[in-house]
Structure formats: structure tokens, C-alpha cells
Design a protein around this ligand. Structure first.
Ligand code: SF4
Length: 242
């Protein structure tokens, strides 16, 4: 199976599960200033924590009427740290949010779209976060590679190498298979995240309930095969990948 077939299968299965496309629509649609702010700060706040804590931090900000980068920039650092504290690492995240605010405010004044390197210069922003910002906030056609992407394609294609492959190499594989369109690439990533949270979980994937089981090497074959066992062992003990 090719990656493009995988994208089509995921799309079809989610048309059934989520007919109104709520899973990815908030992320992919052209956003109001407030929605853009929420999505952008979410990419920073979610690092090393979960969405429950991120929601608490965002709701603190919104309760204090901090609903735009202009307002965020005007908030004193000590207050910002208190408000985003539920998301953890609040000192570093506060600094990252101020840097992000600079970029978004420049952009809103007519500067060109920030480059990946501009975003990577923000402390705490790695490749996945930079690419997520480019796709979901600046509508750029960039493949996003995350832990979910690696786990999903490693299992689907039965290849352990995808867990360790260089970030840019996986981007190239995705670019060569899917349309260079922000909507397609953003939807592909959002579908993989949803699918992994719902079915293709880290320790015990729910293969018997998975709509892609018949197309998945890991789901189809005996998981005691050496390469499939290697995939699960590597997922259990992830190595750092660049
Ligand atoms: S069949 Fe299992 S391993 Fe394959 S995608 Fe579905 S949940 Fe993941």
C-alpha cells in the first residue's frame, strides 16, 4: 500500500466516524484572530503535558481576556506564568509565548510568513511544533512528523525503520506521496493523531476494532514475527530521533 492510499483510507474511515469533520476542522479552517491565537499557543503549551492541562491554561488566559497576541504581549511575565502554570514548565513556556507573539504581531503588520528557522529559534520549539505552526496557523504546505506518525506508519507498513528515520526523510516520503497542499498535509496529520489516540495506541493497539486492520501489516500478521516484535519493543523504549 502507498501512503496516498493510506490517506484515502483514513479519510474514508473518518468520514464514517466523524461525518462533520470536527476532528480536524478547527485546525484546518481559516481562523479568526482568536481561534488562531488559541491554536498557536496550544502548540507551545502542549509540550510535555496533555490537552487537559493545556485547556486549563488557555481557559485561564481567556478568563483574563487574553485572547490575542497583542494582549498577551502586554501582560506582565509574572502574571502570565501564573495563568499558564497548569501546563507546566511555565517559565520557559511564558518566554516562548512572548517570542511567538513577536512573530505573529510582525506577520499581522504585513511581514512575510515566518520561515521554519524563524520558528525554530523560539526556545522550546522543535521541528514538529514549527511545522505544525506553519501548517495550522500560516497555511503552508509542510508535512508534519510526530511520534504518532512514526508509530502509525511503522505498524501499517511493518517497518521498524520508520521509528528511527530522520525527520526530514519522513517528510520527504510524505511529500512524494501526497499533494503539496496545506489542507491535505494538515488533515493527514490530524487524522493520524486521532487514529492513534483512538485505535493505534502505544502499548496495546486496538487492532480488532481498527477500521484499517485489513490493510495493516501489524494488524494482519502474527505479531510474534521478529520485525513486528521489534516495532513494539522500539515503541516501548523510544530512542531519540532528530
Ligand atoms: S490495525 Fe492495529 S496496528 Fe494497525 S493501524 Fe490499526 S490499531 Fe494500529
Amino acid at each position: 500500500m502507498e501512503l496516498n492510499d493510506l490517506y484515502q483510507s483514513l479519510s474514508m474511515s473518518y468520514n464514517r466516524i466523524d461525518p462533520h469533520h470536527e476532528t480536524w476542522m478547527l485546525w484546518l479552517k481559516k481562523k479568526s484572530e482568536e481561534e488562531l491565537f488559541e491554536v498557536a499557543i496550544g502548540t507551545i503549551l502542549v509540550q510535555n503535558t496533555n490537552w487537559i492541562n493545556v485547556d486549563l491554561a488557555i481557559s485561564n488566559l481567556f478568563k483574563h481576556n487574553i485572547t490575542s497576541f497583542k494582549r498577551l504581549k502586554a501582560v506582565k511575565c509574572a502574571q502570565l506564568e501564573v495563568l499558564i502554570r497548569p501546563a507546566g514548565f511555565y517559565k520557559q513556556k511564558a518566554q516562548s509565548l512572548y517570542s511567538l507573539a513577536e512573530i505573529f504581531l510582525d506577520y499581522s503588520k504585513g511581514s512575510k510568513t515566518p520561515s521554519r528557522n524563524d520558528l525554530l529559534r523560539i526556545k522550546g520549539v522543535g521541528k514538529e511544533t514549527a511545522d505544525s505552526l506553519l501548517v495550522y496557523c500560516f497555511y503552508e504546505a509542510v508535512p508534519i512528523v510526530g511520534t504518532y506518525t512514526r508509530r502509525f506508519i511503522a505498524r501499517m507498513f511493518g517497518k521498524v525503520k520508520y521509528l528511527k528515520e530522520k525527520y526530514e526523510n519522513i517528510q520527504e516520503i510524505i511529500s512524494n506521496s501526497l499533494d503539496r497542499d496545506y489542507y491535505v498535509l494538515g488533515k493527514f496529520h490530524a487524522l493520524i493523531v486521532s487514529h492513534c489516540q483512538q485505535f493505534c495506541q502505544k502499548i496495546l493497539p486496538l487492532c480488532e476494532q481498527c477500521p484499517l486492520e485489513s490493510q495493516c501489516i501489524y494488524g494482519q500478521y502474527n505479531q510474534t514475527q521478529p520485525e513486528l516484535m521489534q516495532i513494539q519493543n522500539s515503541i516501548n523504549k523510544p530512542k531519540s530521533v532528530k
